[in-house]
Design a protein around this ligand. Structure first.
Ligand SMILES: *Cc1c(COP(=O)(O)O)cnc(C)c1O
Length: 424
């Protein structure tokens, strides 16, 4: 049971923070010295080469963040599937799109920007990623759907290879949101290389970061060129500002590209540090009624965020509404709310699992497909004939642990002690 006998850390331990390397400053300095303080320049060009090479794809386009990359993925997919829309409509207007359910909302908000209707696909309890079985069921219900958006969770990929095969079988395009999974592999293949279009993120708490930024990834040069053009206000090749398409200002800054460029050589080092964090938790939490987030066979995670899940029969009572959580402490049992409060009490940061999209007020009327083919929305998620709502269950019993790669062993040991204390 959580008690306050543990010493708080003097300096806050965050979930994940940026890691500086001196090359970052050199590349930023170069942009400054050359006066390329703009959305073009050597840092962007070099970063695009590195990003494509590391992900094992042919082309990368540097953008201001991963959300804008995802937006242009959706627009590209929509136009390819349904033709160019009239100017006041989105490219996915009125079309259903199958989307990951347990993820950050940036994965699928861009579907809505383009007028699409997200249909959520439940999570596989063995991988914590989109359930390929549920996806197959969704295609049985809606054979006309032609676009799937799937994210890798916390850098621990699931069966994106199977998801890709299912998409191919049904003639659907796949957008891969690899924002959290840079450097992770599935069957030896890099995350970010599975989608027809993929997106990665250099946001401030990702495994490498330029404070912000992202890349669009593809093997198709026309698609890469189209995204590049849209991202710079859709300027035509003419002596004046000539426009045939709606444009966006989504290009990456050459300064930010310098920061990211200076971090790329350290991706493997960051992954090794994150892996050590995960393994120390796994060892330190042994004997407790909890499991760490799963590693799917044949995959190699980047270990971005360590998370745990409390065994069903070791959960104390916990309730959550749309903004608050309460629990009743019990000997020998615990729950994410207690564990997160305990971690916060020593000045460290954990987090609940991404709240599934089908449970979000904004998407409450949207459909969610489970692995038994049940089609439901939030209003009947818990009463659909005894069907387990996997996403809701992992959200209920799971939480992310402080996963900073610069956390010391001693600091992590104290966090582990605090978690152990919750179950006393
Ligand atoms: C961080 C994140 C994004 C968004 O990345 P930005 O670069 O901040 O736009 C999208 N999807 C997932 C799964 C993420 O974790």
């Amino acid at each position: 049971m959580f008690n306050k006998k543990f010493e708080p850390f003097e300096n806050h331990i965050w979930l994940a923070t940026p890691t500086q390397h001196s090359e970052m400053l050199e590349f930023i300095q170069k942009a400054y010295d050359d006066n390329w303080l703009t959305t073009a320049g050597e840092n962007i060009n070099e970063l695009e080469k590195t990003a494509a090479e590391k992900a094992g794809v042919k082309y990368a386009v540097g953008l201001c963040n991963c959300t804008s990359a995802l937006h242009l993925c959706m627009k590209l997919a929509g136009e390819k599937l349904y033709g160019t829309p009239v100017i006041s409509h989105g490219a996915l207007e009125g079309k259903r799109v199958f989307c990951s359910d347990m993820t950050f909302d940036a994965t699928l908000n861009p579907v809505v920007y383009e007028g699409g209707i997200p249909v959520f696909i439940d999570t596989d309890e063995n991988s914590w990623n989109m359930d390929p079985v549920a996806l197959e069921k969704a295609f049985e219900i809606y054979p006309d759907v032609k676009l799937v958006v799937s994210a890798e969770l916390y850098g621990f990929p699931g069966r994106m290879d199977e998801i890709k095969a299912i998409c191919e079988k049904h003639g659907a395009l796949l957008v891969e949101d690899a924002a959290e999974a840079m450097g992770a592999t599935i069957g030896g293949k890099q995350c970010g290389s599975f989608g027809d279009y993929s997106a990665i993120s250099y946001n401030g708490n990702k495994i490498i970061t330029g404070s912000s930024g992202g890349c669009f990834l593809t093997n198709n040069i026309e698609d890469a060129n189209q995204v590049r053009k849209w991202s710079t206000q859709s300027r035509e090749n003419a002596p004046w500002y000539q426009h045939e398409q709606v444009g966006y200002n989504y290009r990456m800054s050459n300064i930010i590209a310098g920061a990211v460029r200076g971090q790329y050589p350290y991706l493997e080092e960051h992954i090794a540090q994150k892996k050590a964090v995960y393994e120390r938790y796994k060892e330190g939490l042994k004997g407790l009624p909890v499991k760490m987030n799963p590693i799917t066979e044949g995959t190699e995670p980047n270990y971005w965020l360590s998370a745990l899940i409390v065994d069903k029969d070791a959960m104390c009572k916990q309730v959550r509404d749309d903004s608050k959580a309460l629990y009743i402490a019990e000997h020998g049992k615990s729950c994410p709310t207690e564990i997160l409060e305990a971690i916060a009490s020593i000045n460290a940061e954990g987090r609940p699992i991404w709240k599934p999209m089908h449970m979000q007020p904004m998407y409450r009327m949207h459909e969610c497909v489970g692995r038994n083919g049940s089609l439901r929305c939030r209003t009947n998620a818990y009463i659909a004939g005894g069907v387990t709502d996997v996403g809701a269950d992992i959200f209920d019993r799971g939480c992310c642990l402080p996963s900073d790669n610069k956390m010391t062993k001693e600091q992590q040991d104290r966090i582990i002690e605090v978690i152990r204390g919750c179950f006393e």
